[in-house]
Write a protein that binds this ligand. Structure first.
Ligand code: THU
Length: 127
């Protein structure tokens, strides 16, 4: 498996998902080759939950990193787990047309470009 997917699998071990029981890991590669990981962290009020992808991106941004190439997203499902709409928007804003690698615990299951998952995005060019 791609090392980025393996990093996402490892990050998933820290997921806090007692409500959905749906554990997700993400690993975001920046243009220096550094990997930023995240997992979903749920909250009893549900709406404060943060997805694995956004956490990985916010960790990188909050440490001053900009410029990203790929993100791997992992869940323990046969069908690929694509990023939710909110994550697509955030990933687009800060990562542009990222390569999105989807995997489960044993195999890579799909590969996409973000522009194909978020056609006609709203972004700063329209402000
Ligand atoms: N989740 C993610 O972390 N990333 C995704 O791509 C899909 C959904 C989380 C949010 C919530 O904690 C749980 O999975 C079920 O929606």
């Amino acid at each position: 498996m791609d090392p980025l997917a393996l990093a996402a699998i490892e990050a998933r071990q820290h997921a806090h998902a007692p409500f959905s029981k749906f554990l997700v890991g993400a690993a975001l590669e920046d243009s220096d080759g550094r990997v930023w990981t995240g997992c979903n962290i749920e909250n009893a009020t549900y709406g404060l939950t943060i997805c694995a992808e956004r956490l990985a991106m916010f960790k990188a941004l909050s440490e001053g990193h900009r410029g990203f190439t790929r993100i791997a997203i992992v869940a323990d499902t046969d069908a690929p787990t694509p990023p939710c709409g909110a994550c697509r928007q955030i990933l687009w804003e800060f990562g542009g047309n990222l390569e999105i690698l989807l995997a489960n615990m044993t195999a890579e299951t799909a590969k996409h470009r973000l522009k194909d998952l978020l056609p006609l995005p709203f972004d700063a060019r329209l402000l």
